[in-house]
Design a protein around this ligand. Structure first.
Ligand code: G3H
Ligand code: 13P
Ligand code: ZN
Length: 321
């Protein structure tokens, strides 16, 4: 069924796992994600960014998600607005069938973040929809907001209690060193292991733990949680792509976070990477193919495999539907 995240997060918090929130913008992505979740009996969140809504159209996205709900009756599916940046876009999703919205006013001053978040929460709750908010800024690109690596700011744990109680938000995204996109750290921010492989700086578990202490029982969200698996980067680069120094968050650290209060982990880039690696390889091996089904079918399978891997090895939400 199509649900809010309330029950999902409660079970995830108590069970020491997280629910995956995967970005969707076309049919193959919706199908790949929900087929994996359906087969693994895993709850799942399908999230739509402002850019995805502009690309695919609100109605197409909602109807595709509704189709996925019908095709996978055994699992709870939430439809979430990712990085809503205004009351109007949140309202439009609340009125238009979403069960959850994010209002991301994290780039605004604290009081403005509170005021806008509170306004969205009031409207959402009146309509049975839940709200994710954000405190702290991640490096990388969040829709139009670009934050240079090194310019991000970790969440201040001393602010979270006041923020949550004054806004009434249902979950909170915090900044502990994750970032958006496939280039989460510059090589200069990393060290190298004995094999010469770049090792990123670890997530700030101290900040996470401080936030948890101040918000007992409250669901925390991590954005920017792709791991940019190097075998996929290699495939892209082998088959004509150029993604030098692409690097993500080590999966073991996300698994640790999922055991704590982190109930929602956002993954977009790894799906993009799986699709692109698959299609590049396919074209290199089949230069004569021109029926989109020939390369979109394996690409959809690559999405499914990636999501299944995340569910079992990172999120720990298999069998939790
Ligand atoms: O946080 C950003 C998500 O990965 C969505 O990206 O705005 O390019 O659709 P997008
Ligand atoms: P990634 O770019 O790490 O996949 O993060 C996605 C995200 O946070 C969407 O909101
Ligand atoms: Zn995000």
């Amino acid at each position: 069924p199509l649900v809010t995240t309330t029950e999902m997060f409660k079970k995830a918090y108590d069970g020491g796992y997280a629910v995956g929130a995967f970005n969707v913008n076309n049919m193959e992505i919706v199908q790949g994600i929900t087929e994996a979740a359906g087969e693994l009996n895993a709850p799942v969140i399908l999230q739509v960014s402002k850019g995805a809504r502009a690309y695919a159209n609100h109605t197409y996205l909602v109807k595709m998600v509704e189709a996925a709900v019908i095709e996978n009756p055994n699992i709870p599916i939430a439809l979430h607005l990712d990085h809503g940046d205004s009351f109007e876009v949140c309202k439009s999703c609340i009125d238009g069938g979403f069960t959850s919205v994010m209002i991301d006013a994290s780039s605004k001053p604290f009081e403005e973040n509170i005021a806008l978040t509170k306004k969205v929460v009031e409207y959402a709750h009146d309509h049975g929809v839940v709200v994710e908010a954000e405190l702290g800024t991640l490096a990388g690109v969040e829709d139009e907001v670009v934050v240079e690596a090194g310019q991000e700011s970790y969440t201040h744990p001393e602010e979270v209690e006041e923020f949550v109680s004054r806004t009434g938000c249902d979950s909170l995204a915090i900044a502990i060193g994750t970032s958006h996109g496939a280039y989460k750290f510059t090589p200069a921010q990393c060290t190298r292991n004995e094999d010469g492989v770049l090792v990123p700086p670890p997530l700030r578990f101290d900040v996470l733990e401080e936030c948890i202490k101040r918000l007992p029982g409250f669901p925390i969200v991590l954005h920017g949680s792709s791991s940019v698996p190097q075998e996929f980067v290699k495939l892209v680069n082998t088959y004509g792509g150029a993604m030098p120094d692409a690097i993500g968050i080590p999966e073991e650290q996300l698994r640790e976070a999922a055991k704590l209060a982190v109930c929602k982990i956002n993954i977009d880039s790894d799906i993009r990477l799986a699709i692109t690696a698959s299609i590049r390889k396919h074209f290199a091996e089949h230069p004569d193919h021109f029926d989109p089904r020939q390369y979109l079918k394996p690409a959809r399978q690559a999405v499914k495999d990636m999501v299944a891997h995340k569910i079992v090895n990172v999120l720990g939400c298999d069998g939790k539907a």
